[in-house]
Design a protein around this ligand. Structure first.
Ligand SMILES: C[S@@+](CC[C@H](N)C(=O)[O-])C[C@H]1O[C@@H](n2cnc3c(N)ncnc32)[C@H](O)[C@@H]1O
Length: 254
């Protein structure tokens, strides 16, 4: 599910209660049929909403929840502690699903695998993570803050053509060239280190009059940088193949 891929990162306001409402929950339960029991892998645990519903569906459900975001993992671990050893949280990229399963449940096939791709509302709402431009924060955007380049690194290091390409391909931003040009010009004056500074540069460069702005003019650029920072679209085909391979015989067919 690419439900959150097009989040209007500047304007999304989700209160604490809403954070815990997982998307398409009825559809997920209908499709995965957890009432039959078994081992389920939630590859994008987030705040643990889907995992909780799977675990609640039957006492014979066991869930391995994976996320590359250690903070989300801790929050989900706390939320799901009442399930005891029926729930295991693993700090890992879902592209490592085969290794995680062979370590945590050797020889056991999964009854179902869930991937709810994208950024979580928790990540968007924590200003200091740098995903949103509604508040000033360091331009980070890494889902796994223990590794890799930040958005500020990309904005500082990529050349104009590379930036334009990323903004166009991952953001579907038709004004990508002029935005990339403005970023390269402005970073010479002073490094672009915060969300709000980048948003201002993009808004000015986009040249869209305020009354014609349906979304904030920096929304697509922020989405593009987030996808690039987290390599969100890399090796998805390998992941899908591995996700099918870890299924138990007969799983997934109704
Ligand atoms: C849309 S949220 C999932 C929300 C979750 N289903 C819930 O009910 O709260 C997506 C989550 O996937 C995680 N994520 C994104 N890419 C990932 C990857 N390659 N490996 C593991 N987790 C990833 C993000 O850190 C985020 O927590």
């Amino acid at each position: 599910m690419f439900d959150t891929l097009n989040d209007p990162v500047g304007s999304l306001i989700v209160d604490a209660a809403e954070r815990h409402v997982p998307v398409l929950l009825a559809e997920v339960l209908d499709f995965l049929e957890p009432a039959r029991g078994g081992l389920f892998v939630d590859c994008t645990l987030g705040m643990g909403g889907h995992a909780e519903a799977l675990l609640d569906a039957s006492p014979s459900v066991v869930v391995i929840g994976m996320d590359r975001d250690a903070e989300s993992l801790n929050l989900a671990r706390e939320r799901l502690s009442r399930f005891g050893d029926r729930f295991t949280a693993v700090h890992a990229d879902y592209r490592g699903i085969a290794e995680v399963l062979s370590e945590r449940a050797p020889g056991r096939g999964a009854a179902g695998v869930l991937a709810d791709l994208g950024v979580s509302s928790h990540q968007l709402n924590e200003a200091e993570r740098g995903f949103a431009f509604s508040k000033e924060a360091p331009l980070d955007m890494r889902m796994d803050r223990s590794t890799g380049d930040t958005a500020a690194d990309l904005v500082a290091q990529l050349d104009e053509e590379e930036l334009a390409h990323i903004i166009y391909i991952y953001g579907e931003e038709t004004r990508s060239r002029r935005i990339a040009r403005a970023i390269c010009r402005e970073r010479q004056r002073e490094p672009i280190a915060t969300t709000t500074r980048l948003a201002e540069i993009v808004a000015r460069a986009s040249g869209i009059p305020r009354h014609k702005q349906r979304i904030h003019p920096a929304t697509k650029t922020f989405q593009a940088l987030r996808i690039a920072v987290n390599s969100e679209l890399d090796k998805l085909d390998d992941f899908l193949r591995d996700a099918v391979d870890v299924l138990a015989p007969g799983a997934g067919w109704r």
